[in-house]
Design a protein around this ligand. Sequence first.
Ligand code: GDP
Ligand code: MG
Length: 705
Amino acid sequence: MSRFDSSAAAVTTPVIERTRNIGIVAHIDAGKTTTTERLLYVTGTTSTLGEVDDGTAAMDWTVEEMERGITINAASTTVGWNGHRINIIDTPGHVDFTAEVERCLRVLDGAVVIFAATEGVQSQSETVWRQADRHHVPRIAFVNKMDRVGSDLPRCVEEIRARLRAHPIVVQLPIGLEEAFEGVIDLVEMKALRWSEEARALESQMIFAYHTEKVPDELADEAQLAREAMIEALCDVDDEVLAQVIEGGDDIAGDLLRAGLRRATISRKAVVVLCGSAFGDKGLQPLLDAVVNYLPSPVDVADEQGMVADAKAPMCALAWRTQHEDRGMLTYIRVYSGRLSSGDTVYNSTKDKREKIGRLFRMHANQRMEVDFVDAGQLAAAVGLRITTTGDTLCDETSPRLLEQSQFADPMMSRTIEPRSAEDGEKLAAALAALAVEDPSFHVGVDGETGQTLVSGMGELHLEIIASRLRREFRVDAAIGKPQVSYRETVTAVGEESYVFSRSVGGHGQFAEVRIRVEPAPSEGRGGLGAPATAPNHTEREDQIPREYRLAVDKGVLEACSRGVLARHSLVDLQITVVGGSYNVVDSSVQAFELAGGHALAAAVAAAKPVVLEPIMKVEVVTPDAFVGVVMGQLAARRGHVLGMDTRAGFSVVLAEVPLATMFGYTTELRSATQGKAAETMSLAGYAPVSGSTSKSANKKVEGA
Ligand code: GDP
Ligand code: MG
């Protein structure tokens, strides 16, 4: 029986202003899936409550997810609340699946960032926060697990301010702490909301029922102070509310405050902070209210995209995710403007090809509800698309548009893979190709030295899941080799070289000269984050390299950047400028300039003191005090560098930087050395030179230079 009651989720009039497209993002285990499941239940979308811990969460529906109790795929669903339609995407929190989060943020209008009140701001919350900044996504914060011993809302808020450099505005005051947490005071309306046994009894056992009462006397002073702090924080970023306070004092009507909080959120000047306990069923209705009240509708963000969010405008949509299925491909789509109908022939402007839309569906995790059309501002999935891949724009051929593509981080780790039988060989190649189309952070290549097939991904877990999907979904038996780190190369000095390509082919000359300068370009001002090379700047004159050859030079340069000069690792964190060159009216050609561009780049890099880089991970280990010594010892043995210690909710936290190359198998080793009581999380800290990599081949002659 279907647990998804589609009628409850379908708000009768999906007016665009009453639509919210939101993502639930956070560090692993903060409670994203639990919260999403509760939201489904509290809105009447499902009639049974799914639990992550029992493997019954509707949102974690793949075998891999149910077995591991973690989210791997972004699952989307829709709930109705207060006359609004909220499309929700539950995202994975594990660092290996950041690409999945990246493409979700690309199509979301707002996000709920969940923090565990016991843990505060964790490494992956920082990563997703930066991703959301990059995609200009307004967000609100939900501090979850308020029921747990060691929960600390003020500390979490402080970390949001300090570590995320955000401007938090706390709009609730918790009633009762830890096990005694029973509700919140709504500081906008100055009312107490309690999720208590009495409320449940009154509402005939509705587990989410709460009642509203006046602020209890013993909390009156504290609530008044908290309200003043909230208004002050809002005044810092909103002149309208500031003007109202100057005129009439703190006694501002709830509507005016909410309007101010909405402006502050949508302009991304502030982050509204709420708290609750998803697992304890507390605080979810106010969270839904906040989504509706504060997060933008598609219309609010359309301007920023340069779009008209109207069903009557020309159609424009983004294919943001594809999923391999037995019979073809399921393509997840966000419609930005116009209307997309089943059976339409649309123009894929990324690939410059036409494509026919088969059937269209609204998705609830793995269940689907067929619809005839999808209007601007809505999310849906389509079957029948053949050539469209992640990041492609689909539009009306008469008013073509090309939406910006997301940049995905390059894989950090690879393993060899070999079929166990000749018969599996063909199946394996096809399966790997299908998986690579689906997942932009998964690559398939060939080891330059051994000729073996190499699969590359973001980490051990990522590749483990690929291997397990090969067996389960594609029924291919393959042997997978040991993990190896993906290195990078960069330059440590300025280098400038010319390359002259001059050859005569069949009586016809080929001529091009390109002069290139390269210099180190630390990403985001912090250095060593491994930003892939981008197209060069051009400062050369038109009479040196005519405009029509510039694209060819760029192509040759970028191609050369994918194989560095030391050991053919891709080049990162460098800035490239074409500073000069020459051509010949008779003999110059696009091909000659492409070749010269590539060779000039290699020559300039070789002259700029290149080094090989390895990924360095920021590792955070949460452990009982008794095992701190053991944990430190293990990290030291893996070339780790301990940065500091902290305590959190009665546990010790060890922070260290460790090369990824030494981290293989760490999870297992840590578990067994600490009786399973310690847990670690990793995120990329940056790239650092591998010691001794410079001397080896930096002065190696570059071919043709
Ligand atoms: P996700 O990785 O962010 O999706 O987190 P999950 O929803 O899978 O939750 C991780 C774990 O935390 C599960 O064991 C949940 O039961 C538990 N959990 C989630 N929310 C709460 C909460 O409010 N209080 C408590 N005590 N546990 C919670
Ligand atoms: Mg989850």
